[in-house]
Design a protein around this ligand. Structure first.
Ligand code: ATP
Ligand code: MG
Length: 273
């Protein structure tokens, strides 16, 4: 199967940065599909995991506890999403794909990095976003009506498109867009403290350094450091690696190979930590 199901266990930790939780809840209740836009490592996946858990606990109709996640790529076919006939012994049986499973059982289907999927795969989503929420299972010769609680959520990172890959307007305009950015410093420090296992003082210092590194975006740094990178750095520091070595390896190293930019970042590190 091309998807993975989650949804049980403790509530995934998520600190809200604006009104995204309420917006998502309203979208869910109104059966609106949602698009999460934002840079890598800013909390999109964690947010969906958190919301799926929250809605299940709240007993939203049809939510079975499942979040079905599909990592999109250019070889992903319609059959990978919808399902196919498989030969088992001397029988031919229909096996639901992740999208069909979610629609049938009223789960949230999260399609990560949707721009990676081909257009002929993406259009399969369209009828599910219309009022009747239908999923044609062409090969099985039936049409499935999505169960209550089913919701389509897609994510993408606008920075990666470079004009080559983008969603068509006919797809984009079927979704409510929730914009994600990096959290305000005090919220980000709390995330780093919680996720990285460091004390508040170190978390604040790491976020301060990261905010200064992000300003290098104006000087040609293509991808600025994400919350994910700060969390990894904090984890290294919490496990006993010296803070400068942890920053060099986990916060600066992944960002660029450009020697001038790296030198500028190391100067900032030396001046800050
Ligand atoms: N608001 C938040 N609350 C709690 N944790 C967060 C938050 N934002 C980011 N994180 C932390 O950052 C990590 C990376 O976030 P996540 O995997 O959700 O990023 P993403 O936006 O899905 O990135 P990508 O586009 O690369 O998939 C999480 O595992 C979590 O530790
Ligand atoms: Mg993600």
């Amino acid at each position: 199967m091309a998807g993975s199901a989650t949804g049980t266990g403790p509530e995934p930790f998520y600190l809200a940065t604006a009104d995204e939780v309420a917006l998502f809840e309203h979208c869910h209740a109104r059966r609106l599909a949602v698009m999460l836009k934002g840079p890598t490592g800013c909390g999109k996946t964690r947010f969906v995991e958190h919301m799926a858990h929250k809605l299940r606990v709240a007993g939203a109709p049809g939510v079975s506890g499942n979040l079905i996640t599909v990592a999109c790529h250019e070889d992903l076919t319609g059959s990978d999403l919808v399902g196919r006939y498989l030969i088992k012994g001397d029988e031919t049986i229909w096996v639901d794909g992740p999208l069909t499973q979610a629609a049938r059982h009223g789960a949230i289907c999260y399609l990560d990095e949707i721009v990676e999927a081909r257009q002929d795969t993406v259009v399969i989503l369209h009828p599910l976003t219309d009022d009747r929420r239908l999923l044609p299972l062409e090969k099985a010769g039936t049409i499935l009506e999505a169960a209550p609680g089913f919701q389509l959520v897609i994510s993408y990172n606008p920075g990666y498109q470079h004009g080559l890959k983008d969603l068509k307007p006919s797809t984009r305009q079927r979704f409510v867009a929730l914009e994600f950015g990096f959290p305000p410093p005090e919220v980000e420090a709390e995330i780093v403290r919680h996720e990285g296992g460091v004390d508040r003082h170190l978390a604040v210092a790491l976020v301060r350094l990261t905010c200064r590194l992000r300003e290098l975006g104006d000087r040609g740094l293509a991808e600025v450091p994400s919350t994910r990178l700060i969390v990894s750095t904090a984890r290294l520091a919490a496990s006993g690696i010296g803070i400068r070595a942890a920053c060099a390896a986990a916060l600066l190293g992944p960002l660029t190979d450009d020697p001038d930019l790296l030198a500028a970042m190391h100067d900032l590190l030396a001046a800050t930590m």
